[in-house]
Ligand binder design. Structure first.
Ligand code: SF4
Length: 307
């Protein structure tokens, strides 16, 4: 399986080419809303899971280089800051591509100076903060033992002081867990310390691995956004994307995409720039040979990696 996937359509970024720099579920957390495998093995060691040369080599050969996308996003199947070569990858990608570079992170390693330094040349960093109270943090993110919510907030505060490009903070709200008035007040205070350029309020849209993890309804999301102050966006539906028919879809490409996150048929069609019929043909082939399967969540049908 390759390290580069997409371009995929993202509700936060529009069209984005994904780069995956750690193996599946290489992460110090095991969030209850995670779409990847559930794992009790939490990984905290920074190392060269994949080298910058491997990523750059694949990037140069990747067929979608000229496709319609605005962002190159380091994210995918785990926590990208765990790759010790991330800073080098960002610098080198920016030398060979004019696209903007974004890194999505769970924020834990922002407490480390070397990680903050690695991210300095990104155009945008999208860190997460899902809880301020320690008990809620442990319940929702299920972190490596001994990690505190406060150290995550302190890492974010330090990063804000050193990083002069954009920070869009994501808060993933899960019904009945971190959507209470008390936690929202705490989020407001944490935001006043972190000073992100934007806050994205998100909820559980794609099917999580764990059962009984439910989204917050849109009305409540809007009420919470009002309480959190300005520059807060409730993340909505998929953005409008240019007309289809410019792209191509392959089994390998679709498997790479679904390994990083589940997708509906419409999302697959838009991500690859092909018609729904063409997307459906490859989907059916992969279901037949048991490489992917169907999962229903909140009245939508998703396709997920695995048999
Ligand atoms: S959602 Fe992200 S941070 Fe949470 S366990 Fe999954 S990969 Fe890790």
């Amino acid at each position: 399986m390759g390290y580069i996937y997409g371009p995929v359509v993202s509700r936060r970024l529009g069209m984005s080419l994904g780069i995956d720099v750690v193996p599946l579920k290489t992460c110090p957390f095991n969030c209850i809303y995670c779409q990847l495998a559930s794992s009790s093995k939490k990984i905290t060691k920074r190392k060269e899971y994949v080298s910058a040369e491997q990523i750059l080599d694949e990037f140069r050969k990747f067929p979608s280089q000229n496709a319609v996308y605005e962002w190159i996003t380091f994210s995918g199947s785990g926590e990208p800051t765990l790759n010790i070569d991330l800073g080098n990858m960002i610098r080198e990608i920016k030398k060979i591509s004019s696209k903007k570079v974004c890194v999505i992170t769970n924020s834990l390693f922002l407490k480390m100076e070397e990680v903050r330094h690695d991210l300095l040349e990104a155009d945008l960093v999208m860190p997460s903060l899902d809880a301020v109270s320690q008990d809620i943090f442990e319940r929702i993110n299920r972190p490596f033992e001994g990690v505190t919510a406060e150290e995550i907030i302190e890492g974010l505060v330090k990063f804000r002081m050193e990083f002069f490009n954009r920070i869009w903070l994501e808060i993933m709200l899960v019904k009945g867990i971190n959507d209470t008035d008390r936690e929202v007040e705490k989020f407001a205070y944490a935001i006043s310390r972190i000073k992100p350029d934007k806050i994205h309020l998100n909820t559980v849209v794609r099917p999580p691995i764990e059962k009984n993890v439910l989204p917050v309804d849109r009305f409540t999301l809007i009420k919470i956004a009002d309480k959190l102050g300005k520059n807060v966006n409730v993340i909505g539906n998929l953005p409008k994307i240019p007309e289809l028919g410019y792209g191509e879809i392959s089994s390998a490409g679709l498997l790479s995409l679904l390994e990083s996150h589940p997708a509906t048929l419409d999302e697959i069609s838009v991500s690859f720039g092909v018609s729904v019929q063409d997307a459906a043909r490859i989907v059916e082939e992969l279901i037949k040979i048991r490489k992917i399967k169907i999962k229903r969540f909140e009245n939508k049908q998703y396709y997920i990696f695995g048999s």
